[in-house]
Design a binder for this molecule. Structure first.
Ligand SMILES: [Zn+2]
Length: 294
């Protein structure tokens, strides 16, 4: 059937208006804090049960082939996909963590240690003031693995009306495709594969072998003796592994697993009322320890 052009336009315009209004009516709330209006923010907090995510990245060299923001990009990918699966509000870009060991490389931003803790505390305090009573830090950067549990422990120094949960990088899930490399600690096969999924346009596969990511093992100390220079001693190029065998299948497997892991954590945290209860009980006792039964 043929219609006159004018009539056809009017019918199409009407159909477009209907489609638009229908989609507006059914419009879902964004999981991203910065995309919500003030009014919708309140609805989002209610819908989330007060569960908010703080994906935590860093700015540091990632071998010769990956962008400086790799950890930020990948932790946000997992957090945003996890929150889409199980609703939570996701805080904007955050990259103010521990990265002193890469200060010799271009583009690294290493904030002073006291400022890292102060800024993180101010951030979670502000999140909580806005209704995020259960905050899950989704860590994307291995250099934060001491900082974040310490931050969580330091919450016990004073009473809080909210809980900080920390999710370090999850274990490798079962059924994972086989890897070609054994050293794979930073910007190697796994992380390059992950970025082939999150931001393939930023991965320079042709440069992956421009530098060595070999372990130089330049210190000879017992394994239980720690020194801050250990990483530089082993991997002076801030590259630990080989990104060349990276592939999308491995990346997709890991990023899906990580995203589901985040969604599972959100579900568990929504159901958890015990942590705050115990935290409050502890805070009360801590004000008068002599009364704690012995
Ligand atoms: Zn990384």
């Amino acid at each position: 059937m043929r219609m006159k052009a004018g009539l056809q336009f009017a019918v199409c315009a009407l159909a477009a208006t209907l489609a638009c209004c229908q989609s507006l009516g059914a419009q879902t709330l964004s999981v991203q804090w910065e995309e919500l209006t003030a009014q919708d923010f309140g609805k989002a907090i209610q819908k989330s049960g007060g569960v908010c995510l703080l994906p935590f990245g860093i700015l540091e060299k990632h071998g010769p082939q990956l962008p400086l923001g790799t950890d930020l990009i990948n932790s946000r990918y997992a957090a945003l996909h996890g929150a889409t699966e199980e609703f939570a509000v996701v805080f904007p870009e955050y990259y103010f963590g521990q990265i002193f060991e890469a200060r010799h490389e271009p583009g690294t931003v290493a904030y002073p240690a006291p400022l890292q803790l102060q800024l993180l505390q101010a951030t979670t305090d502000e999140m909580a003031r806005n209704g995020c009573k259960k905050i899950l830090i989704v860590n994307g950067h291995g250099g934060n693995n001491s900082l974040l549990p310490y931050f969580a422990q330091s919450q016990l120094a004073s009473p809080h009306d909210y809980v900080v949960y920390v999710m370090l990088h999850p274990e490798r899930a079962q059924g994972r495709p086989a890897q070609k490399t054994t050293i794979d600690m930073h910007a190697g096969e796994s992380e390059t594969s992950h970025t082939l999924v999150s931001r393939p346009d930023l991965v320079h596969m042709d440069r992956a072998k421009d530098e060595s990511g070999a372990d130089l093992q330049r210190l000879d100390l017992p394994s239980d003796v720690y020194t801050g220079i250990w990483w530089y001693a082993r991997f002076p190029n801030h590259y630990a592994g080989d990104g060349a065998p990276a592939n999308k299948a491995l990346g997709q497997f890991d990023m899906d697993a990580w995203s589901h892991e985040v969604a599972g954590a959100i579900r568990a945290i929504k159901a958890d009322n015990k942590t705050l209860q115990l935290q409050n009980e502890f805070a009360g006792k801590a004000t008068h320890p002599l009364d704690t039964p012995q």
